[in-house]
Design a protein around this ligand. Structure first.
Ligand SMILES: NC(=O)c1ccc[n+]([C@@H]2O[C@H](COP(=O)([O-])OP(=O)(O)OC[C@H]3O[C@@H](n4cnc5c(N)ncnc54)[C@H](O)[C@@H]3O)[C@@H](O)[C@H]2O)c1
Length: 401
């Protein structure tokens, strides 16, 4: 069996590698020539533990090769970005471009699957594009939607063991897609239709967003009420049916900070809670930036000099290098803009260099700083000792003080 993966990013590349390990001949396609070059050299362009060895192995055995253009295969997978546009409307242009790229290669009996997180109805829209260009394929190919749930950092395990939801345009398409995923997935493959599968992915991430918004709102209330939010949540969670998440400095990344907009933009009147959660989580990042700026003013008034400030973490969640939609990056930018970049030490232990931020080692920054803002709960930061000589703004529970 031959499969063509369109998009070799955080999701497409590991999936392609695992499929290749399970005997499927893979062409991995990416429009970024550097990604293609690195992949063919057996070098990983993403941070993902344990998978580079597998990449080397499947490239060396000829089971995976990367290219900037698709090739004839039996199955095609769209694993390209689905960001939103300026007005928070979903941008499915990458899915459309990838679909149009494989159009000339499609033949009777082929499977076409969208894995990219997509607004409800995207699979139908892409099917219409395919059949408008290739009407002879109507009812002759299998079209399905299968969202990805893996957690970057743990993909080798989760790609194989997570349950998956698979929704075809018709039952035969669902079955054909299940047949493919059953080659390497040990989790249960749940059958549904394409619209439900699309909405299922959006629901999962909106649910997380709403729960995090609750924790973030609590953290702002507790700050005003003089209550330690970490202690409060720990105590409330002793109730057998309460499970509150931990607050942070907002919500970031390619998924939870983005996907709820795919619901709110299509169902604005019906999605009030989901829209509010998005606002609360965005507001939390703004609130954190204001807290740092206020601490800087207070320090200057008290000490008659400007403080040195350490901004600890740029990634959107702990122990990764992914800065997409990161509230930590937003807060750091806002703080730097407020003081013309003076005396701000930016720390991100998972990134070697950045084209905007000059990065400082985390210990050096912590030792030098008068004010320390913990933005992302990286493991490295948890090795630091609490210091009473510093103003510590712990937005992500490093010390839980
Ligand atoms: N990263 C996650 O944790 C995660 C989890 C679940 C679902 N998703 C969804 O999976 C999809 C892919 O996400 P990702 O994190 O892998 O994105 P990514 O940005 O890491 O990778 C996407 C890749 O697609 C390539 N690309 C863009 N247009 C292309 C085209 N026309 N043809 C071929 N390649 C093209 C890009 O160059 C890039 O390398 C998105 O819809 C995302 O929402 C991501």
């Amino acid at each position: 069996m031959k499969a063509c993966f369109m998009g070799l990013g955080y999701i497409g590349l590991p999936t392609a590698i695992i499929a290749a390990k399970h005997g499927i001949q893979i062409t991995g396609v990416d429009i970024n020539p550097k990604v293609v070059e690195m992949t063919n050299a057996g070098r990983l362009h993403i941070i993902e533990p344990g998978i580079e060895e597998m990449l080397k192995e499947v490239v060396a055995s000829g089971m995976l090769k990367a290219s900037t253009t698709p090739e004839t295969a039996d199955a095609y997978f769209m694993v390209v970005p689905t960001p939103f546009k300026g007005n928070h409307e979903p941008d499915v242009s990458y899915v459309e471009a990838a679909t149009r790229a494989v159009l000339p290669f499609l033949k009777e009996g082929d499977l076409y699957v969208i894995e990219s997180t997509s607004p409800v109805g995207t699979t139908e829209v892409m099917a219409n594009i395919i059949f408008a260009e290739r009407p002879e394929l109507k009812d002759k190919i299998y079209i399905a939607y299968c969202p990805e749930r893996i957690l970057p950092g743990n993909v080798i395990y989760e790609l194989v063991h997570n349950d998956r939801v698979i929704g075809g345009m018709n039952e035969a398409s669902t079955d054909k897609a299940i047949e493919f995923y059953a080659r390497f997935v040990q989790g249960t493959l749940h059958k549904t239709n394409a619209r439900t599968a699309e909405m299922c992915k959006l629901t999962e991430n909106s649910s997380r967003d709403v729960q995090i918004a609750f924790a973030n709102e609590l953290s702002i209330i507790c700050d005003k009420a003089g209550i330690n939010v970490w202690e409060l949540i720990n105590l409330a969670n002793k109730h057998p049916r309460v499970n509150i998440l931990q607050p942070g400095c907002g919500v970031g990344g390619h998924c939870i900070a983005v996907d709820p907009y795919f619901i709110t933009s299509d169902f604005p009147a019906e999605s009030k809670l989901i829209a509010n959660a998005r606002e609360i989580n965005n507001y939390k990042a703004f609130w954190c930036a204001e807290r740092v700026k206020n601490a800087m003013l207070e320090f200057e008034l008290k000490n008659h000099r400007k403080p040195t400030v350490a901004m600890m973490g740029l990634a959107f969640k702990p122990n990764i290098d992914d800065l997409r939609e990161s509230p930590s990056k937003y807060i750091t930018t806002k703080v730097m803009q407020s003081c013309n970049n003076a005396n701000i030490l930016v720390v991100e232990p998972n990134v070697k260099e950045h084209n905007v931020f000059k990065l400082t080692d985390y210990r050096e920054a912590y030792n030098k700083a008068d004010i320390v803002a913990f933005l992302t709960a990286h493991n490295e930061f948890k090795t630091l000792e609490w210091s009473c000589d510093k103003v510590i703004l712990d937005f992500c529970g490093i010390f839980k003080k």
